[in-house]
Ligand binder design. Structure first.
Ligand SMILES: Cc1cc2nc3c(=O)[nH]c(=O)nc-3n(C[C@H](O)[C@H](O)[C@H](O)COP(=O)(O)OP(=O)(O)OC[C@H]3O[C@@H](n4cnc5c(N)ncnc54)[C@H](O)[C@@H]3O)c2cc1C
Length: 303
């Protein structure tokens, strides 16, 4: 019986991994995608207004379109978590939580996960006042008072989304100037029900079964029905650690301009990599395409 060997196993079903899948399939490489969640980070974006060709599209719609495009090329997208990858002879052995597959090349398009505040009760109130995705959970707060913590595009766009649902939104940021795109800040300033609290951090989450109040580092108490934490992301380092891949100080996988890691045959793309500070859809998809191209070149030249 012939063993089922893939040319390319893609870990991660976000924009980067799925773009790599399109290119790889069109190069006629035997390709499979494993991902532990649908849509990746883009899937949780409320509105995307900077993706060329679409004046505005929801993250979920973009991911549905992309997924259908990948499936139309006969690439399987498996909802399984990759727990281990190692090299055996000339191949990589990839273990999911349910099965094992073998591949010539691997692409890690594993993105990043949301950073937590790391204070008491954060886990206890998860889903009961504490949230990490306004698009997913904002609708629970119709006519309520919510907070968003952070100062980036993600924090500001979450505050804007919530301002259409909640009665009042407090955007709490530890510095004196937001770092979001000027267009988003302009929009924020035009919303009367959003108040920005600068130079402030949350030090305590108060409530019994659910969040009721937060304590600020100036000692003030703020009544909140919900708090959305948007303070950035951290790399999914579990697999990277196991593989002994080179990482930078931020835990991003170090790749070269062909998206190659320090282990021959393992490529990485998208938010998980060090290649650019601009962690966006356009940069993640371009890296996915570049990775697939160099996988193809290697395989064609029997490398
Ligand atoms: C709220 C928000 C709004 C945003 N808005 C915009 C915007 O308007 N425009 C823009 O250009 N960018 C936006 N971004 C940024 C953009 O979403 C990211 O840059 C992009 O999604 C990165 O894609 P990626 O494929 O590298 O990673 P991700 O989208 O994070 O995908 C990685 C995937 O890998 C999976 N994975 C990780 N580890 C494993 C494993 N071991 N096994 C299996 N699967 C695994 C994850 O579950 C995930 O599905 C936004 C981000 C956020 C958070």
């Amino acid at each position: 019986m012939t063993e089922n060997i893939y040319d390319l196993v893609i870990v991660g079903g976000g924009v980067s991994g799925l773009t790599a899948a399109i290119y790889s399939a069109r190069y006629k490489l035997k390709t499979i995608v494993f991902t532990d969640s649908f849509g990746g980070t883009t899937g949780s974006a409320h509105k995307i207004c900077n993706y060329p060709g679409f004046k505005e599209i929801s993250g979920m719609d973009l991911m549905l379109n992309l997924t259908n495009q990948v499936k139309s090329l006969d690439v399987d997208i498996n909802f399984e978590k990759i727990i281990d990858i190692f090299k055996k002879d000339d191949f990589f052995i990839i273990n999911t939580d349910v099965k094992t597959v073998k591949s010539k090349k691997v692409l890690l398009a594993i993105g990043k996960k949301k950073r937590h505040l790391g204070i008491e009760n954060e886990d206890k109130f998860l889903g009961n006042g504490i949230h990490y995705c306004a698009t997913c959970d904002g609708s629970f707060y119709k006519d309520k008072v919510v907070g968003v913590i952070g100062g980036s595009d993600a924090a500001v766009t979450s505050a804007l989304l919530l301002s259409d649902i909640a009665r009042k939104v407090y955007l709490i940021y530890r510095k004196d100037k937001l770092k979001a795109e000027p267009m988003w800040i302009e929009s924020l300033n035009s919303h009367k029900n959003i108040a920005v609290i600068y130079n402030t951090e949350i030090v305590n989450l108060i409530g019994e079964d659910k969040l009721k109040q937060v304590k600020l580092n100036n000692g003030d108490l703020l009544d909140l029905d919900g708090l959305f934490i948007e303070i950035g992301s951290i790399p999914n380092t579990e697999l990277i650690d196991k593989l002994s891949l080179n990482m930078n100080d931020s835990g991003e996988i170090i790749v070269d301009k062909e998206q190659r890691t320090n282990i021959f045959g393992i490529f990485a793309s998208g938010d998980a990599t060090n290649i650019t500070e601009l962690k966006q859809i356009v940069t993640a998809i371009s890296q996915g395409a570049i990775a697939a191209y160099f996988v193809y070149k290697d395989i064609k030249s029997n490398k």
